[in-house]
Design a binder for this molecule. Structure first.
Ligand SMILES: C[S@@+](CC[C@H](N)C(=O)[O-])C[C@H]1O[C@@H](n2cnc3c(N)ncnc32)[C@H](O)[C@@H]1O
Length: 209
């Protein structure tokens, strides 16, 4: 798999976004998610799906999670590996078809601003694939640009690669259909740096499907 859009801008991206988070809310949301994962630790690895430059992967590792970063862009991964040589990064995409976990399960998944790049028709299958690898109680956090229009999933003019905005309820429904129950969500409003509202949605693998 490839991600030519991100390959082309990786160096630029790295210069423009040298830190994991653009807002204090994002930092706290990821911290709250990590705390939730650590509250009831499960066997297995935490996957940072679409990890990009690895900054969030490193933040999660620093918070005590055993995390692997996964990304389809070799250029983004190359920078991630240079930035964080002590961490593990795998070339794969959200389908996780090439990710060898060495027999370990998936304890949690973080997918920030990466599922937005999947055609919406691919998302149910991807979420079901994660659910199949995760034990009951395991947590996912999905973040992306969103919309206030109820029911809407619509393509938007992302600067790097084709992308879609999901209304938070639609995202929650897709997670629910794959076997995850929403735990909480945050929405940030647009500002000078962000054209769209952004959602972070945390859900837990159901105990009974
Ligand atoms: C906006 S960056 C987000 C990076 C990081 N997750 C963060 O929070 O800063 C989006 C990343 O998603 C990756 N991506 C694009 N398509 C993907 C796919 N199908 N599966 C997984 N990741 C994908 C891109 O290569 C890119 O590194």
């Amino acid at each position: 798999m490839t991600q030519p859009g991100y390959d082309a801008v990786a160096d630029l991206y790295s210069e423009a976004l040298p830190t994991p988070y653009q807002t204090p809310l994002e930092r706290h949301v990821v911290g709250a998610f990590a705390d939730l994962v650590l509250e009831r630790p499960l066997e297995g690895i935490v996957l940072d799906v679409g990890c990009g430059l690895g900054h969030v992967t490193a933040d999660l590792a620093g918070r005590g999670l055993d995390v692997v970063g996964i990304d389809p862009s070799r250029e983004m991964l190359g920078i991630a590996r240079r930035n964080y040589p002590e961490l593990r990064f795998v070339h794969d995409d959200a389908q996780l078809e090439s990710t060898d976990l060495g027999g370990q399960g998936v304890a949690a998944v973080v997918a920030r601003f990466s599922l937005i790049h999947l055609p919406p028709s691919d998302v149910p299958n991807v979420l079901a694939g994660w659910a199949a690898r995760m034990a009951p109680g395991a947590l996912v956090a999905v973040a992306g640009q969103t919309t206030d229009t109820v029911g809407e999933v619509s393509e938007f003019d992302h600067a790097v690669a084709q992308a879609w905005r999901w209304h938070p309820d639609r995202l929650s429904e897709a997670l629910s259909e794959a076997g995850f129950e929403e735990v909480w969500r945050t929405i940030s409003r647009p500002d000078a740096q962000h054209r769209f509202p952004e959602v972070h949605l945390v859900a837990r693998r159901r105990y009974q499907v």
